[in-house]
Design a protein around this ligand. Structure first.
Ligand code: ATP
Ligand code: ZN
Length: 254
């Protein structure tokens, strides 16, 4: 048996990563993984060295978005080697890469998941990175908090759909960030509106402006809203998210 990962090992690896951004959501299925991937692509296009830690162990979707579902990790002298994405060479680590078969369900209890995240943080050979994006487990409970405590993010980005987006979600996110001595850097309202392909009309199906006013109210420095888009679904489902051309984070200050 290999020895357990120590705090020092984690500290040493994380010390080579300039910024670590945890992406969280109040609920599952709101687009957390999609936003994580789009943020990674945003940084990669600026020439930054980027990694993604898929810490959503029970529903690992990062490998699917980048067409890496059949990839498996290798071990080198440096540690566990992350898998590189095709277009930008983003370094990805996911539980998915350790499963014997693609569709093996991950049925794990909390403590095991916590142990695994420490393995990932202490043994993955990220090398020097400008940005590590961490796709947290959904929700604002123990699971994402445990990951945050170990990964010590420099900031948190919250993703929500307009239907889920309430003051309560934002407050929970702020509390979670505070518990790990960090802050909420940005709020992303996903599936915010739909642009009619015929006339270009922007339709705010679930109401307009809620996200932006919550961001203002809670002093969150960056807000963006992403529409429901067929193109995004197509590229995401076919593992070609790197080919999505729009950048919803152009003006992000982080
Ligand atoms: N802006 C968008 N327009 C269209 N489809 C979207 C958009 N954002 C996300 N989706 C789709 O919604 C589904 C859920 O997205 P995603 O997997 O990113 O959510 P999640 O919050 O990470 O979910 P989970 O909790 O399962 O990890 C996916 O099929 C994705 O392609
Ligand atoms: Zn129309």
């Amino acid at each position: 048996m290999q020895k357990r990962v120590t705090d020092e090992e984690i500290k040493e690896r994380l010390g080579k990563i300039k910024s670590r951004i945890a992406v969280m959501s109040g609920k599952g299925g709101v687009g957390k993984s999609t936003v994580t991937a789009l943020l990674a692509v945003h940084y990669a296009r600026q020439g930054k060295k980027v990694g993604i830690l898929d810490a959503d162990f029970l529903g690992p979707s990062i490998p699917i978005l980048f067409g890496l579902r059949n990839a498996r990790i290798a071990v080198s002298a440096e540690g566990l080697e992350p898998v590189l994405t095709q277009k930008y060479g983003i370094k990805v680590m996911s539980m998915q890469f350790l499963l014997p078969k693609e569709n093996t369900p991950v049925i794990w209890r909390g403590p095991l998941i916590a142990g695994m995240i420490r393995e990932f943080l202490g043994r993955v050979a990220w090398g020097e990175l400008d940005h590590l994006l961490i796709d947290l487990p959904p929700g604002t409970g123990d699971a994402p908090l445990t990951v945050m405590q170990d990964a010590k993010p420099t900031g948190v980005v919250v993703v929500s759909t307009p239907q889920e987006l309430t003051a309560v979600i934002v407050e929970k996110a702020i509390n979670m960030a505070e518990e790990t001595n960090t802050s909420v850097l940005g709020l992303v309202e996903n599936m915010s509106y739909f642009v009619c392909p015929n006339c270009g009309h922007k339709s705010y199906i679930f109401g307009e402006g809620k996200g932006e006013s919550l961001a203002k109210k809670y002093n969150i420095g960056f807000f963006t809203s992403i529409p429901i888009e067929e193109e995004l679904i197509k590229l995401a489902d076919s593992g070609r998210i790197e080919e999505y051309e729009k950048d919803w984070f152009e003006s992000a200050p982080f």
